[in-house]
Ligand binder design. Structure first.
Ligand SMILES: *Cc1c(COP(=O)(O)O)cnc(C)c1O
Length: 385
């Protein structure tokens, strides 16, 4: 059996080696390292793939979120609602811009921001909602867009974990994750569903004016060379990373299919175990396999466990050559940097429980049946004592 890895980037590379190598070589030969033709080609191809008017490449996913918020003109003191159960980047950029983060609880079934909690958190100072499409599945965007419209709020989608996923509206219309709100932000960190070989990110929007504003912000606030109209940043996707991404983008759908297939096999093997809850898809269009509707692209395959000692399970899996992860072990509202006396523990029941119950299994495009069989049988062996 191949050695099991949490993410197998080497295995994926071996299939696309020639294309990636020649694409990188081309950048080196023409020395267009910064904002070269590869960046523009990738930008256009991604716009086409997502069905969005504007993709603005940038340095990483955290920058993408920050620049999106700068582009919307959010001001110090504005409240921004986001999920308590996510990676810290989301709340970090809110705080960095001197906006006020307002963390709210998530759902037990899909781990995404809870709609009732969002409604409850809205005050006259609220200016934006940042849903995070956690682990590869969209938050309830229809409900979020409705709330945003009623209260005149911006919606910034953190799409770092769900590129390529579809969101299906109740009338059956499908759109790509990250293209629904005013603006979307994504990351091309190597382990993401579309990852480069270093840092990378992008911002998506259908709004021409916002796109123009953001293109200046990523480039030192310049709209005309050496004229700095606004305070900007320096955040660029470098040409070598764009070359890698442009080679991988045509394979994104098949990569996501491979993840869905692995997820389906995990769930089938673990379905009957009472102490384990396999990931749920909440889209009405999903038949539970996801590869027909692409509602879940399984950035992570995350189980919830009940009545099992998680530390002991992690150790048992590791001892048997199976890596696993706990995403995320601490709710953001309990992190030192983001504590706020206004928070009430009773409002974070789900996150407080999830941080104790979740465990993520190896998930990538190269998992084979032998590995999945070994991983699931090892878990079953542990559960049965
Ligand atoms: C990875 C990730 C980010 C940050 O992306 P970087 O490219 O590492 O800056 C932001 N939000 C979420 C939910 C992520 O998973």
């Amino acid at each position: 059996m191949k050695k099991i890895q949490m993410v197998d980037l080497k295995g994926q590379y071996s299939d696309i080696k020639d294309i990636v190598n020649s694409s990188i070589q081309e950048v080196i030969e023409n020395t267009a390292f910064i904002n070269g033709p590869k960046v523009h080609e990738f930008q256009e191809h991604l716009e086409e793939y997502l069905g969005v008017k504007h993709v603005i490449p940038c340095g990483n996913g955290t920058d993408a979120l920050q620049i999106a918020m700068m582009g919307l003109g959010l001001k110090p003191g504005d409240e921004v609602i986001t999920a308590d159960f996510t990676f810290a980047a989301t709340v970090e950029v809110i705080a960095l811009l001197n906006l006020t983060p307002v963390l709210v609880d998530v759902n037990e079934d899909d781990f995404n921001i809870n709609i009732e909690a969002v409604k409850k958190a809205i005050t006259p100072k609220t200016k934006a909602i940042v849903p995070v499409h956690l682990f590869g599945q969209c938050a309830d965007m229809e409900a979020i867009m409705k709330i945003a419209k009623e209260h005149n709020l911006f919606v910034i989608e953190d799409n770092a974990q769900a590129i390529g996923a579809n969101y299906t509206y109740s009338d059956g219309t499908k759109v790509k994750a990250g293209t629904i709100g005013d603006v979307g932000a994504t990351s091309f960190f190597p382990s993401k569903n579309l990852g480069c070989y270093g840092d990378g990110g992008a911002i998506f929007t259908n709004d021409d004016d916002l796109a123009h504003t953001i293109r200046g912000i990523v480039n030192h606030g310049m709209y005309e060379r050496y004229h700095h109209d606004v305070v900007g940043v320096n955040s660029r996707l470098d040409s070598i990373q764009a070359a890698v991404l442009d080679a991988k983008l045509p394979r994104l759908d098949s990569y996501n299919k491979a993840r869905q297939t692995a997820a389906k096999k995990y769930s089938t093997a673990l379905e009957g175990i009472v102490s384990i809850t396999t990931p749920k898809t909440v889209s009405k269009s999903c038949d539970g396999i996801c590869d027909a509707c692409d509602c879940h692209v399984f950035h992570q395959y995350t189980l919830r466990i009940k009545g099992i000692d998680r530390d002991a399970l992690v150790k048992y899996l590791n001892d048997n050559g199976i890596p696993c992860g706990v995403y995320y072990p601490i709710p953001l509202h309990k992190q030192k940097a983001y504590q706020d006396s206004r928070y009430n523990e009773a409002d974070f029941k789900v996150t407080n429980q999830l941080v104790k119950d979740v465990i993520s299994l190896p998930m990538h495009t190269e998992l084979d049946d032998e590995q999945i069989g070994y991983i699931t049988s090892t878990i079953i062996k542990f559960v049965n004592g």
